[in-house]
Design a protein around this ligand. Structure first.
Ligand SMILES: *Cc1c(COP(=O)(O)O)cnc(C)c1O
Length: 233
């Protein structure tokens, strides 16, 4: 079942769109099933859960005596990240999609400097009309981009956003359009901000219920959970 959905999505998505399987709240066995169907990139939204899964994989490798088991798995972080939890997340992920404050960006940069790593990030933007969803406002995005401090240990790769939870396609399109407008703002800072470099073109938009709209509007990363793994308990 999991494998079938992965294969169907891969057949359907353009080659320019990266499928990220959102495995939060699902057991490691579900990840193994998706991996067996060819999925390599998984996303988690809670530091504790990410770390537990990373450790589980290490355990399985030790049990089997196969240090290379699932060695090309890739993790993204997509949830709210507190600055005191960075060490639970940053050693293990290839991309933090959910940088939603200058404070967090600064903290990630400091961690990167201390650990001699460059951390790939997306800036998470607030585009929906749902009160509960986090992300930067246009003003906060501009404040980050106009900050001329050099954050040498982060690489801003693009933007992420979540549309309003609704069946109204028009509302969803308007939300995604806001993210496209914010991407234009980001691109305007190439060569102006020391932290914005050419190629910061990733646009992470689209989830189980709205990814076809997101893809039609130029998404480069879709984050799909329940459609692959079923409802979360
Ligand atoms: C949970 C989550 C998803 C996946 O949502 P589904 O509707 O299950 O596909 C995508 N993005 C973020 C940021 C999430 O927290």
């Amino acid at each position: 079942m999991i494998g079938e959905v992965i294969k169907r999505l891969n057949g359907e998505l353009p080659a320019t769109v990266k499928l990220v399987a959102v495995s939060k709240f699902h057991p490691f066995e579900a990840i193994e099933e998706a991996y067996a169907a060819g999925q390599r990139c998984f996303a988690e939204s809670r530091p504790q859960e990410l770390l537990a899964k990373v450790k589980r994989l290490e355990e399985i490798r030790a049990e089997r005596g196969e240090p290379d088991y699932m060695s090309d798995i890739e993790w993204h972080f997509i949830g709210h990240l507190q600055t005191n939890k960075l060490k639970m997340v940053l050693p293990y992920v290839s991309l933090v999609q959910s940088v939603d404050s200058l404070r967090l960006l600064e903290a990630i940069d400091r961690w990167g400097a201390a650990n001699n790593k460059i951390i790939n990030v997306l800036l998470e933007c607030f585009i929906s009309s749902d009160e509960t969803k986090q992300g930067l406002s246009e003003q906060e995005l501009t404040n980050i981009l106009s900050d001329d401090t050099v954050y040498a240990n982060v690489r801003i790769c693009g933007l992420m956003g979540m549309a309003t939870f609704t069946d109204d396609e028009e509302v969803i399109r308007e939300d995604f359009q806001r993210l496209l407008d914010m991407q234009t703002t980001l691109h305007d800072w190439i060569g102006e901000s020391p932290n914005v470099r050419p190629g910061c073109n990733e646009l992470s938009m689209g989830m189980s219920d709205d990814y076809p709209i997101a893809v039609s509007m130029g998404s480069t990363i879709v984050r799909i959970g329940s459609m692959i793994f079923g409802e979360r308990s």
